[in-house]
Design a protein around this ligand. Structure first.
Ligand SMILES: NC(=O)c1ccc[n+]([C@@H]2O[C@H](COP(=O)([O-])OP(=O)(O)OC[C@H]3O[C@@H](n4cnc5c(N)ncnc54)[C@H](O)[C@@H]3O)[C@@H](O)[C@H]2O)c1
Length: 322
């Protein structure tokens, strides 16, 4: 039987309604929930993300402040800019957009963010709280995975606590922003959580871990890393990966760029179209899994909503302090 599709767009629409109600209440109580982005230089990816955050804030009715500094700004000046965001009552959440230029260390910037405004959980204080099982601001992408999973389980009539306690969960990827905090969120739900990563694959051990998982969450940034042979029949599979690829029109092989000939058959790819795929081979895995998230339209669709949720939480805390 084909796997159910866990529809991130539909879940994001539900969340948007819930959060819009909460935002209206907060504004009526005198709060001004808003996000500030902090960027240094003109990195293309950071710039794309900055634009997306600005657009999202406008759509949600959240305030937005753009703090973009030139690439040669000193670390001291960047830290001073963070302090000004910390002091701005219209900024409830601060998002540092990396990479920073070499003279600005990530930790100097992150450690200077007011941890009550650290809405994507970069600050060591908030990572510490996450480790202790009391997350103040669960980071957006890992929180989106858990939200999708829990809403899927409820929709299936399952008890979420019961479904996750003691269940075999495998997280593929151990980055500080996705894999590690995601593993902590799942461990905090008493799942038997295994984290596998590139060194697991290098030893040929990836399948050993993924193929026993009742819940498999993949955040590796490797297109179609997970095929049907790596998935336990009946597993729930969440795909975090977002990869731009070019599919060869001659042999269907996935390539990272159209600049080079196809890595499998040598065909010219100049005219081939690019598309976005996940780390999971959706078509193949749909044949064995109970449920799977698509890319696009899965985890990514819910991530911004988790950021908005944390921003409202921060705004509420700031209001309570007044
Ligand atoms: N949906 C979203 O909202 C969202 C948000 C952030 C990141 N992403 C996507 O998630 C993916 C991961 O992001 P990240 O920031 O954690 O990336 P990263 O590059 O920081 O980390 C990648 C992780 O994958 C592991 N890995 C790499 N190759 C592997 C292999 N062959 N086998 C097993 N593990 C392997 C690495 O060990 C590492 O832990 C990327 O595709 C990224 O674009 C999506």
């Amino acid at each position: 039987m084909a796997a159910k599709i866990i529809d991130g767009k539909a879940i994001a629409a539900e969340l948007r309604e819930e959060l819009t109600r909460e935002l209206t209440e907060l504004k009526a109580a005198g709060a001004r929930p808003g996000i500030a982005t902090l960027m240094v230089g003109d990195d293309f990816g950071a710039g794309m993300y900055r634009g997306a955050v600005e657009k999202f804030c406008a759509e949600m009715g959240l305030g937005y402040r753009n703090e973009t500094l030139p690439a040669d700004t000193s670390e001291e000046t960047v830290v001073a800019a963070v302090r000004s965001l910390n002091d701005d009552p219209a900024v409830s959440g601060i998002l540092p957009l990396r990479p920073f230029p070499p003279q600005v260390s990530d930790s100097a910037v992150i450690n200077s963010i007011d941890y009550g405004k650290d809405v994507d959980c970069f600050h060591p204080f908030n990572m510490g709280r996450l480790t202790l099982g009391e997350p103040g601001f669960p980071p957006a992408t890992p929180a989106a995975c858990v939200e999708l999973l829990e809403r899927y389980l409820r929709a299936e009539g399952r008890d979420v606590i019961d479904a996750l306690e003691g269940a075999e969960v495998c997280v593929v990827g151990h980055s500080n922003t996705v894999g590690k905090p995601l593993a902590l969120l799942l461990l905090n739900r008493n799942a038997t959580t295994t984290v596998s990563h590139v060194f697991t694959s290098n030893r040929g051990n990836l399948a050993k871990h993924t193929s026993v998982a009742d819940y498999l969450v993949v955040a590796a940034g490797v297109p179609h890393l997970i095929g049907a042979d790596l998935v336990k029949p009946g597993a729930v599979v969440l795909d975090v990966g977002i990869n731009r690829v070019v599919t060869c029109p001659e042999c269907d092989a996935i390539n990272r760029s159209k600049k080079n000939p196809c890595r499998a058959c040598g065909a010219d790819l100049v005219e081939a179209a690019a598309k976005t795929v996940g780390d999971v081979d959706f078509a193949a895995v749909s044949g064995v899994a109970a449920a799977v998230t698509p890319v696009p339209g899965g985890v990514g669709a819910v991530t911004n909503m988790m950021l908005a949720r944390n921003t409202l939480r921060a705004a509420r805390l700031q209001l309570d302090k007044k």
